[in-house]
Design a protein around this ligand. Structure first.
Ligand code: SAM
Length: 261
């Protein structure tokens, strides 16, 4: 079924199969339901009251969090379920992703992340773009002297396919897992950090950084910022800093010695 954006479509929720019983027809009118690998994308409206607020309140009450545009995701599922659900969601929306985001904002965010890194290191950087989506970074680095090379990684095959078609060098999950350490100066995470990436992945990313290199990303609307900062403090061998920006807090995770360039 199509992804509906009808006028009456109040909220969109990505619901794992195991939770579908909570979104029953007594409470919600399901305007459309798209089956994805690990669940459903539902466009729904609450039956009683039918106001946007009542639908939002129900989703919050169910522990759902708005993480991407108008779309809500379960806040408390285990990391494997969360990751599978997110991946199948982004596979499904990849073809229409550009029309769902404000591209100029994401491009501006990338530029901000690159500029932040240029303040730490003044030579041109090898960059890994983690969660590259359909290759938005390409439009941010056009003509940039601060980027020596850029590689994109995304766990969504569809996102990666589009990014590759657009000319971004990308790596698959198995290639990502096989990368050896000390490979990149900078790892960008543009509109990715608020998706609750696992600690093991951050540790892997830190391992991929050269000494003095950094992961720099924004936390969209500061969603989950405080637990995220607490979580980062549990990672060894890095300095963490935070700055306000128009894109939410920008977090820099810097590895090891800083006596570089
Ligand atoms: C909101 S999009 C941002 C895409 C791109 N950075 C941009 O600004 O246009 C988030 C992307 O992160 C990817 N992503 C989320 N969690 C991920 C994970 N654990 N591993 C790899 N990619 C992930 C999604 O597939 C999606 O393409």
């Amino acid at each position: 079924m199509m992804l509906s954006t009808e006028k009456n479509c109040i909220c969109r929720a990505v619901v794992p199969n195991a939770e579908m019983h909570r979104f029953n027809e007594n409470l919600f009118e399901i305007v459309s339901a798209q089956n994805i690998d690990d669940g459903f994308i539902l466009d729904l409206i609450r039956r009683d009251g039918s106001s946007p607020r009542s639908t939002v309140e129900s989703l919050s009450g169910f522990g759902y969090v708005r993480r991407f545009e108008d779309t809500w995701f379960p806040g408390d599922c285990n990391s494997l379920d969360r990751s599978n659900l997110l991946r199948s969601y982004f596979d499904a929306v990849a073809p229409e992703y550009d029309s769902k985001i404000s591209q100029s904002k994401n491009i501006a965010c990338y530029k901000y992340l690159l500029k932040s890194f240029a303040k730490l290191q003044d030579r041109s950087a090898s960059v890994l773009d983690f969660g590259c989506g359909p290759g938005t970074i390409l439009r941010a680095i056009a003509g940039s002297k601060s980027v020596e090379s850029v590689t994109g990684f995304d766990f969504s095959d569809e996102m990666r396919r589009i990014a590759t078609e657009r000319g971004l060098a990308t790596i698959s999950t198995s290639e990502f897992n096989a990368l050896s350490g000390n490979a990149y100066d900078l790892i960008t995470m543009c509109y990715v950090m608020h998706f609750q990436i696992d600690k093991a992945i951050y540790e892997r990313l830190i391992n991929l950084l050269k000494n003095g290199g950094a992961i720099i990303g924004n936390v969209h609307k500061d969603i989950g910022l405080s637990p995220f900062l607490d979580f980062l403090c549990t990672i060894n061998g890095v300095d963490i800093s935070r700055a306000d920006s128009a894109f939410g807090s920008v977090i820099t995770i810097r590895k090891g010695s800083h006596n570089v360039g």
